[in-house]
Write a protein that binds this ligand. Structure first.
Ligand code: AMP
Length: 294
């Protein structure tokens, strides 16, 4: 059925307790902590796919109470971005979340998270620079601010995030260390579709032909990985291998293709010694896609 939201008392849908009110959630989680329950938390923007479900499964194995949040956070979208058309399917999300053993879903309205007068912003000043940060000004401040607020509401012992959003994961890791937040951050592997394309809620925007074209991102990364596996350690030679794959797919409007240190995202030396991540972002039609490979 269609979930009916209630700001004063929780409802149950697909066996999941649904809470819309931040104050009610915080109170509910304080009680869970008082009972000694270990809390695992997976924040999302909804329109769940197997990538999200993999985080929920990892959380299920690490907590007594598995909490999911579904919130399309206006603060992390730029004025010209896709906030108004971001895909939503609350009933489908709850059905998928139930298969992974989710106990509770927090589904707040934007006005409840950002009431009149809200003015606080969290900036992770260095990690948010470069890569997506250069193309989405204010994005990571929006992410850091909402994740800090969600952590304060849910009070989780463990926070599960995907490596799909690699820079986001590093921003949150840095914030948690810098502000001594009492939560363990667990990064989970990027989940791909059968054809190698990284699963993303935004893939729903793609037409069948665009979906074909979207394969170029992961194919470029795979080609570089093959060269690396064959012994290539020169940074620029690896980037050239990836670029040659992209040259064959002009439909991709590339934003960036960059090699970075896997732990702190600093630029690597000309000859690689430490673990690196190859990150890519670009547009297929109107859809912005990102991918990365360690
Ligand atoms: P989103 O709903 O896009 O904000 O994503 C919510 C969480 O799911 C973030 O921690 C993402 O990194 C993670 N996630 C999204 N897509 C994938 C994927 N394909 N594999 C693994 N994690 C993912």
């Amino acid at each position: 059925g269609i979930p009916t939201m209630n700001t004063t008392s929780p409802t149950i849908q697909h066996g999941i307790e649904i809470i819309e009110s931040p104050a009610l959630l915080q109170q509910r989680m304080l009680q869970a902590r008082a009972k000694g329950q270990r809390i695992a938390f997976v924040p999302t923007m909804g329109y769940l796919h197997e990538g999200h479900v993999s985080l929920l499964r990892a959380g299920r194995a690490r907590g007594d109470l598995l909490v999911l949040s579904i919130f399309v956070n206006p603060m992390q979208f730029g004025a010209s971005e896709d906030l108004s058309r971001y895909p939503r399917d609350l009933d489908g999300d709850l059905a998928k979340a139930a298969t992974a053993g989710t106990d509770l879903a927090f589904c707040p309205q934007p006005e409840a998270m950002y009431p009149v007068g809200f003015q606080t912003r969290v900036e992770v000043t260095e990690v948010q620079k470069g890569l997506c940060g250069d193309y989405r000004p204010g994005h990571f401040a929006g992410v850091a601010t909402v994740v800090l607020k969600l952590i304060n509401l849910v009070q989780p012992h463990v926070l599960l995030l995907g490596e799909k959003d690699y820079q986001q994961l590093q921003v949150i890791r840095r914030m948690v260390r810098d502000l001594a937040l009492p939560v363990e951050v667990l990064g989970c592997p990027l989940i791909r579709d059968h054809d190698g394309v990284a699963l993303s809620s935004r893939n729903a925007y793609l037409s069948p032909s665009e979906r074909e074209q979207a394969r170029s991102l992961s194919q470029a990364l795979f080609a570089a990985r093959a060269a690396f596996a064959a012994g290539e350690r020169r940074r620029d030679a690896l980037l050239d291998v990836a670029r040659s794959v992209l040259a064959a797919q002009p439909a991709l409007r590339l934003e960036y293709l960059e090699l970075r240190d896997a732990s702190d995202l600093t630029p690597p030396p000309a000859t690689l010694n430490d673990p690196v991540v190859l990150l890519i972002a670009g547009y297929i039609g109107r859809t912005r896609l990102i991918d990365n490979l360690l």
